[in-house]
Design a protein around this ligand. Structure first.
Ligand SMILES: Nc1ncnc2c1ncn2[C@@H]1O[C@H](COP(=O)(O)OP(=O)(O)OP(=O)(O)O)[C@@H](O)[C@H]1O
Ligand SMILES: [Mg+2]
Length: 230
């Protein structure tokens, strides 16, 4: 098994006096896993996801993502790592208004410098994968919340990332649309993407094969420990 995420005594403090939003986290996630990180508001979930996604660097400890040491990589190499290997999905979708689903997704490939036609062709395939084959030319305001989140997921996977990170992806959806998004994340995981989902919803987290519970910036429970040592 290949570890995609390796965190060792990772710390992230903010401000003065320091808030220890991440307070000594040890975590290994292997390629192919589907993991939920669960915890109450303010427990450090987004902080942890930003560290895993290399949007932020630890203030202590070491983080290796996709085998690369986040501490020592230059900013431009970190950006390249993110662009090529990591897809992000957020609670608020973050789609561009007035832009079709295809072009919202195609923008996820801008860093590649491919011609627009090639980006659009890959975007259409990604939309088909998330079940939006019939909505390619709809703009965000013409889509339901669940459909918008599918567009955001298509944008996150259009570059075939190793790792898909989702921060409260069902937070703005009703329970039925939320369940459909969970099913979609499961499907993408079965097709080979490692997926880490953050949620404050324990019931939702329980649908995932591995749950990591955090509180006050620390891991207080990891369901895989049971499986690994049993
Ligand atoms: N930029 C910042 N400056 C100072 N403190 C911060 C900053 N970002 C987060 N914090 C603090 O760090 C702690 C963890 O925040 P974080 O956003 O990671 O929590 P969360 O678990 O994602 O919460 P929620 O479920 O509400 O999104 C909180 O106490 C928060 O107030
Ligand atoms: Mg958060």
């Amino acid at each position: 098994m290949i570890p995609i995420i390796e965190l060792n005594a990772v710390e992230r403090s903010y401000g003065e006096p320091p808030v220890r939003a991440c307070a000594g986290v040890d975590l290994v996630v292997q390629e192919g896993e589907l993991v939920a990180i669960v915890g109450p508001s303010g427990s450090g979930k987004s902080t942890l996801l930003n560290l895993i996604g290399t949007l932020d660097r630890p203030t202590g400890g070491t983080a290796r993502i996709g085998g690369a040491d986040v501490q020592t990589l230059r900013d431009q190499d970190l950006s390249a790592l993110r662009a090529h290997r990591i897809g992000f999905v957020f609670q608020q979708f973050h789609l561009s208004d007035g832009v079709t689903a295809v072009d919202n997704v195609a923008d996820g490939l801008l860093y590649l410098g491919e011609p627009r036609s090639a980006r659009r062709s890959r975007a259409r395939k990604a939309l088909d994968r998330v079940g939006l084959g019939h909505r390619h030319d709809h703009k965000p305001h013409q889509l339901s919340g669940g459909e918008r989140q599918r567009v955001a997921i298509a944008r996150a996977i259009v570059g075939d990332p190793l790792l898909l990170l989702a921060d409260e992806p069902t937070g703005n959806l009703d329970s039925q649309s939320g369940m459909a998004i969970v099913k979609l994340l499961e499907l993408l995981n079965r097709q080979g993407t490692t997926v880490v989902v953050i949620t404050h919803d324990v019931e939702l987290a329980n649908k995932f094969p591995r749950q990591i519970t955090i509180k006050d910036g620390r891991i207080v429970d990891d369901s895989s420990r049971v499986g690994v040592h049993a």
